[in-house]
Design a protein around this ligand. Sequence first.
Ligand code: ZN
Length: 500
Amino acid sequence: MVPGSEDPYANLREQLHRAYLLKTTLGLLDWDQQVNLPAGSAALRSQQSALLATLHHEAAVSSRLREALEAAGRSTPGTDDDRAAVVRLARIDYERATRLTPAFVREKTEHQNRSYHAWARARETNDFGSFAPFLERTLEFAREEAVLQGWRERPYDYHIDLHDPGLDAATVESLFNRLKGPLLELAGKLLGAPIDIDDTLFHGFPAHDQERFALRVTEKLGFDYRRGRLDRSLHPFCSGDGHDTRMTTRFDPDNPLDSLFSAIHETGHGLYGQGLPLDEAATPLGEPVGMAIHESQSRLWENQVGRGRPFWRYFSPLYRETFPEQLRHIPDEELYRAINRVSLNPIRVDSDEVTYNLHILLRFELEKALFDGRIQVNELPREWNRLSESLIGVKPKNDAEGVLQDIHWSGGAFGYFPSYTLGNMIAAQLWYRVREEIPALEEGFARGNFQPLLQWLRDNIHRHGRRYDTGELVKRVTGNPISPDFLLRYLEERYLPLHR
Ligand code: ZN
């Protein structure tokens, strides 16, 4: 068959593939910027990225893609689920991309660049006032985008749906309200019986040994290093897709647990990427559903698996083999308690998995209030500090430690924070489900066998790509809608016995 002619569906795939190649190349440039790029080379990189972003946008809104979509839509028989799903989802993407004018995209991108630098400066100098005008403009862009996309009346819902298809603020609010009371009660109990650990014991873990151990752990969990890498960056992340997955972590000689759990967390993201259908990589069936499902994967491996006793029954001897001197004075039980210590922290990313969720409740409250117009940008620091005290129980020393701590709002990523706690809920929900189906799962972990969990996630989550919405997928796999009950139960079962 002549390429791009007879078979409308093959033609559609070809158009999608072109956009996919541009998008993944752009992603690689971004990965390189965060991992390798010399500081003096940033100017050229920003031009290269801008050109590729333009080419990608052109491919995503091209008339050839539109025609391919129309033709494939006419010819796709309703019985072929895969084809119908690809056409349906690709049309949503196409329409979303075309509703944003090139001028809007350009102005927003330029503003985001300036806003990022303004935020980084403001955080360094602890000066929210200098960042506030940028954040106001960012919020305007977010509202304008919602209007362009046809969500004029529900701008915050638009941004939530963008990160987690099918969810909205009312659903998130009702889940968070059910979580809040019991979570605060649990956090109060745990913080009332704190675990004392001598942090100076975790000292002098050479970066190259940490890296060696992290590679060993992540490979054992199932990460395929023939089509992926683990590198170092300031902030850990995972990018790329199943054909080429790029994870990063950082190695602090005096904070080895942070480094290790960052690596395991990113591995959870990476395993999801590697488990998506490879031959659908260029279509929506080869893409992740959204951020909540993505986070459910990273957190399941990091927390339920990586912070559990069976995991350490297997890895403790190997950890000690790698760091015989450093771990000599830390018995296994002490190590386990250090890994699962709950304590108050004003910083989200440094928080334990219990109080972490309180940080998310705070950000969700503020985002809602911003979009409802109940508070203005210049009132954010005051509101942040008030909520931080009443909800988390800790008052930030200053704005750098408070409202300026996260990068998200500087880039206009509203509606993203809820995904973290939704991800925690879903992870716990999957955890109870998979152990019902595979009762000996954790006994396997203790012997170094993590394959059954990975295979279960492959079969139940990964292989579907974007076929189902977030809530639909959870319901399908677990039999229940998204619920906070499993997270609460899991946190109580793991943490209460440790904090007596
Ligand atoms: Zn993550």
